[in-house]
Write a protein that binds this ligand. Structure first.
Ligand code: GSH
Length: 219
């Protein structure tokens, strides 16, 4: 019997705006999955094109070797199963990395609403709502704690991993909105922003058209 044909694809939104897509894309990169990248422009919200292509009407969405995975945290876990070492090896550090990744996945709505990802523009001083500032304080505390526990220079230890991928769009928001951070967190942001994969994503994002800058979108 011939092997079942299946497409290996990662569906993502515009690189300029889609923070969840960046997380999923980094996870797939970390696991070195060979997938076709399908970018669906976020021209409207909700997006009919994304709804037609994915089970939940949201990106990222991964199809890999006949397996379908959605929700960024589930994609991260799938990637961790494909490639060892994407979570810290030490059980306590791994628990911490998973906890703060889940905290990112479930929360920080104040930050996400007030400072949506936009890699094409800069809004220095923007988005300082009380809720966003409270989230920023919590994120700084979380980062400091993780870097101290793991020894850095990444949140889970020596290598860039899934926990860093979960916070990568927070790094770009801090840059876009020029958020003042303590020295440890500022250095961590610089480290993440300079990673080749991040540079590649940001470069591609800047080449995309401004689709939804006028929309009040929270991605
Ligand atoms: N909980 C989802 C959130 C994904 C999400 O909100 N994706 C946005 C783009 S960053 C989206 O697909 N929006 C489509 C729309 O608003 O129509 C996850 O973790 O993957």
């Amino acid at each position: 019997m011939p092997a079942q044909a299946h497409a290996d694809r990662l569906f993502i939104g515009s690189k300029r705006y889609s923070s969840w897509s960046l997380r999923g894309w980094l996870a797939v990169r970390l696991a070195e999955l060979e997938v076709e990248e399908v970018v669906i422009a976020l021209e409207e919200t909700p997006s009919a094109a994304i709804r037609a292509a994915t089970p939940t009407g949201l990106v990222p969405y991964l199809e890999h070797r006949g397996v379908r995975v959605w929700e960024t945290i589930a994609i991260a876990e799938y990637c961790a199963e494909q490639a060892p070492g994407l979570w810290p090896e030490d059980a306590a550090l791994r628990a911490q990395a998973r906890s703060i990744s889940a905290e990112m996945h479930a929360g920080f709505r104040g930050l996400r609403q007030a400072m949506p990802m936009n890699l094409g523009r800069e809004f220095p001083g923007g988005g300082r709502t009380p809720e966003a500032l409270a989230d920023i304080a919590r994120i700084e505390a979380v980062w400091r704690e993780a870097l101290a526990a793991s020894g850095g220079p990444f949140l889970g230890g020596a290598a860039f991993g899934l926990v860093d991928a979960m916070y990568a769009p927070v790094v770009t928001r801090f840059m876009t909105y020029d958020v003042h951070l303590d020295r440890t967190c500022a250095a961590y942001c610089k480290r993440i922003a300079e990673l080749p994969a991040m540079q590649e994503w940001i470069k591609a994002a800047r080449q995309e058209p401004e689709e939804i800058d006028e929309l009040d979108a929270e991605f």
